[in-house]
Design a protein around this ligand. Structure first.
Ligand code: UD1
Length: 416
């Protein structure tokens, strides 16, 4: 499989780019589909490696799923019981495989989910997911790297999350949708992907209220019926192309987006001097005369997304002045800093903060993608740098960005 990207930098990018469906909505909706009776059809699912792994996991558990000619994804679980175990080697590649915990418990009261892998961006415990499952009546054991969970008398309950974890909120929403009685999630995650999951469950006959606020109430229903549903656009992919305009001195229109989902990103990009306007098709982003420094703190939604932190550092490394970026969600997200420094960036780490002293130029270098978003950030630095950058381990980038090479080339990037 292709694992390298070679970028010749220095070209301002111009044009329009169509944003794909949201990776994080696609992954959870695929898991949730196993709870429905009949064939679910999902539109706008991005064709990325993470989704392909999710489909492999489905098929290994006895679900029939695959792409249709019109680009939609069909998911048809068996009428009777299906496999309850996510295969270890696939699940290790993809943290989102943990979303089968809530979906399987909701569907048939039993799940064996591999302790997940995915991006190496920090400790990613499962305690809140398990707390939720247990509150709704599951007995949980962890053995040989697997979480085994089974419900005997499932019943709705109140669950307080110590941190508004996206995955834990989603697992509880799925399980609760088929658990008798009312479940209340307090301090729930408020990300747009949570709202998309609630809309999806409700379209299937579920009863979820309050998604998008920090209290979500779910009434369990006995049956969920398969539907045809289109997932929301990817706000992180959109944000990445918006920075591509700002960092290369170009002008890019991002199309097929929901502007309100992008407010935290728009606000910070404007602080750095980018000029952003709403158009009929989406958002037009024009680089400012100069890149200005900005301070950033990552937070759960509607705060600034941790998934945009690395890309923002790429931009700030070329600002006229010093920025402070604080990472509050995943502690290892700064692993990429050494790669930026290889390209000429001036960045110092102090605990959870990166002090980014802007420099006028970056230079092409041989660098390595350490995780998905870090890889995207290296692409951005490479587009702005003089000379050629070789990005190794680019597989991380393909995990989350649909047709990234084609999209960048259509905007004028030179990618070999
Ligand atoms: C999801 C997104 C990921 C994004 C992240 C934060 C998907 C597939 N992935 O990941 O792109 O970066 O949200 O917006 O949707 N935590 C615990 N205990 C738990 C669960 C989480 O302490 O049981 C902590 C984590 O260590 C982390 C924080 O909560 O510090 C946020 O994690 P969480 O929101 O759960 O992220 P994911 O759902 O894994």
């Amino acid at each position: 499989m292709k694992n390298k990207m070679v970028i010749v930098g220095g070209q301002p990018l111009y044009g329009s780019v169509r944003i794909s469906g949201a990776k994080n909505a696609g992954l959870v909706l695929i898991a949730a589909s196993i709870m429905a009776e009949g064939e679910t059809i999902l539109d706008n699912v991005p064709r990325i490696c993470d989704v392909e792994v999710m489909i492999e996991i489905l098929n290994s558990m006895g679900v029939k799923s695959g792409w249709n000619e019109d680009g939609s994804l069909s998911i048809r679980p068996p009428a009777g019981d299906m496999g309850i175990k996510t295969p270890d080697e696939m699940a290790k590649k993809l943290r989102a495989s943990n979303l089968f915990l809530g979906a399987l418990l909701g569907r048939q009261g039993e799940a064996a989910v591999s302790m997940p892998g995915g991006c190496d961006i920090g400790s990613r415990p499962m305690d809140l997911h398990l707390k939720g499952a247990q509150a709704l009546g599951a007995e949980v054991e962890i053995e040989h790297g697997y979480i085994y969970a089974r419900t005997k008398a499932p019943a709705g309950s109140r669950v307080y999350l110590d941190f508004p974890s996206v995955g834990a909120t989603e697992n509880i929403m799925m399980m609760a949708s088929k658990t008798p009685g009312q479940t209340i999630i307090e301090n729930a995650a408020k990300e747009p992907e949570i709202v998309d999951l609630a809309n999806f469950l409700n379209s299937m006959g579920g009863k979820v209220r309050g998604a998008g606020t920090d209290i979500i109430k779910i009434e369990g229903v006995p049956v969920l019926k398969a539907v045809h549903y289109g997932i929301i656009p990817d706000r992180i992919e959109a944000g990445t192309y918006m920075i591509a305009a700002a960092i290369t001195g170009g002008e890019i229109q991002v199309e097929n987006i929901i502007p309100t989902h992008l407010h935290p990103i728009i606000a910070k990009l404007q602080e750095t001097g980018a000029i952003i306007s709403e158009t009929e098709q989406g958002l037009l982003v024009k680089a400012g005369e100069r890149i200005l420094p900005a301070d950033i703190k990552t937070m759960p939604y509607p705060g600034f997304p941790t998934d945009m932190q690395s890309q923002m550092i790429a931009l700030l490394s070329l600002a006229e002045g010093t920025s402070v970026v604080v990472e509050n969600v995943f502690e290892n997200r700064f692993q990429i800093i050494d790669e930026f420094i290889r390209m000429g960036a001036k960045i110092k780490l102090e605990g959870r903060s990166a002090i980014v002293e802007g420099t006028p130029h970056l230079f092409g270098a041989r660098v390595k993608a350490t995780d998905l978003r870090a890889g995207a950030a290296l692409v951005l630095s490479a587009l702005a740098a003089s000379g050629t950058t070789i990005i190794d381990d680019a597989i991380h980038i393909f995990r989350g960005y649909e047709s990234i090479e084609e999209k960048l080339r259509s905007l004028g990037a030179i990618i070999k």
